[in-house]
Design a protein around this ligand. Structure first.
Ligand SMILES: Nc1ncnc2c1ncn2[C@@H]1O[C@H](COP(=O)(O)OP(=O)(O)O)[C@@H](O)[C@H]1O
Ligand SMILES: [Mg+2]
Length: 373
């Protein structure tokens, strides 16, 4: 079914509210879908013999503030497009994957690895969808232009979302001049569309839900799971089947997220802070999810200083990436760690936790403001 028809059906069901900004983009996604699904043009064999591929359909770059429906439209589009070679990737994880491929290619071949790596990806996908394109380190910035030019030359259509206009990508980043050709490439090869209506639908869905529930117990759990379902449009009757996902935390390691859907992750405090975890795990979580729900935070005694220290690191990471935090706990933030080593540092976390419950914080977009690493 076409993405347009599905969008209309969701409007008719009352699942979505009418939104003129979305409507325009849906029309464009619809036409891209049709182009992608067209049978290969006659004479494609000849093209192949001549060593030239027909040009891939033009991609789309959707940008706008948080909660405007970018990911929702992207998911709907991706699910609707009826072709075999398509992939949807989280941008940051895709780039980790690219760097791993580049390292491997360098081991066997002294030449330029990028065309080879791009060819590998192009073999698996002629449609690549990215959610939340953001460039915040030089290693990515330096290869973006050649990587994506190469992908497009090999017939890949790119559809991506971002919180920023292309001109503002990697803003103030180190050696930004290396990155500028990528901006030109985006402008030349993708249609840039703003999705910037007045409504933050995610904030709407959060409603006036309490973000800090206490004490732990049935009432808190029930409230949190209702919020989870509102945020993910997941029918509660299927509540037991929310999938777990593997998260790449760098250095070849991965961690299991017990429940994750549409950018929302659910963890127990135990799993996050009672096991040997560190900043790289927490940063991976903060980058990947716009909302994190932590259940079962106990009051921490002096014997729990390791848990308390990890919790501080965790909250720093979530705060840096403006992740929305919902918890159930046995105390309010200022009663969580009444005494013990690092009590002084914990005070800063308490103040962050208070700020993270504020309307101003909850209205912020997901992602780090710092461009350069
Ligand atoms: N037109 C709409 N009416 C109602 N809810 C919407 C509409 N568009 C998006 N949403 C919902 O709002 C939430 C945020 O949308 P999302 O696509 O994640 O935003 P973004 O990626 O732009 O931050 C999702 O739960 C989504 O289903
Ligand atoms: Mg999104």
């Amino acid at each position: 079914m076409s993405v347009g028809a599905r969008y209309e059906a969701m409007l008719a069901d009352g699942e979505l509210r009418p939104d003129l900004f979305q409507k325009e983009i849906v029309a464009q996604l619809d036409s891209l879908q049709a182009q992608l699904e067209e049978p290969p043009p006659r004479g494609s064999i000849l093209w192949r013999l001549a060593g030239k591929k027909p040009e891939a359909p033009r991609g789309i770059y959707m940008w706008g503030d948080v909660g405007r429906g970018k990911s929702m439209l992207m998911d709907l589009f991706y699910d609707s497009v009826d072709i075999a070679r398509k992939q949807r990737r989280h941008f940051h994880e895709f780039m980790l994957d690219v760097h791993a491929h580049i390292r491997r290619a360098r081991e066997t071949d002294p030449g330029d690895p990028i065309p080879t790596v791009a060819a590998n990806f192009a073999r698996d996908a002629r449609l690549l969808c990215f959610d939340e394109m953001v460039i915040n380190n030089m290693a990515d910035a330096a290869i973006m232009s050649r990587l994506f030019a190469s992908l497009m030359e090999q017939g890949v259509t790119v559809v991506t979302t971002s919180n920023r206009h292309p001109d503002d990508l990697y803003k103030d980043g180190l050696n930004r001049q290396l990155f500028l050709p990528f901006i030109d490439l985006v402008k030349e090869r993708l249609d840039i569309r703003a999705l910037n209506g007045p409504t933050d639908y995610r904030r709407d869905r959060l409603g006036n839900a309490e973000t800090w529930l206490h004490p732990n117990g049935e009432a808190a759990t029930k409230a949190l799971s209702e919020t989870f379902f509102r945020l993910t449009d997941y029918p509660p009757s299927d509540g037991d089947h929310v999938p777990s996902v593997g998260l790449d935390v760098g250095a070849g390691r991965s961690m299991t997220v017990p429940k994750a859907l549409k950018g929302v992750a659910v963890f127990s405090f135990k799993r996050l802070c009672a096991e040997a975890r560190g900043a790289s795990d927490y940063l991976a979580i903060a980058r990947r999810f716009h909302t994190v729900i932590i259940v079962g935070i106990p009051v921490l005694g002096p014997q729990s200083r390791n848990e308390a220290a990890r919790f501080v690191t965790l909250i720093d990471a979530l705060y840096e990436y403006k992740v929305k935090l919902l918890v159930s706990a046995d105390a309010q933030p200022d009663g969580l760690y009444p005494e013990g080593d690092g009590k002084f540092e914990f005070e800063r976390t308490v103040s962050r936790l208070m700020e993270m419950q504020s309307e101003e914080y909850l209205a912020l977009g997901h992602g780090s403001e710092e461009a350069a690493e």
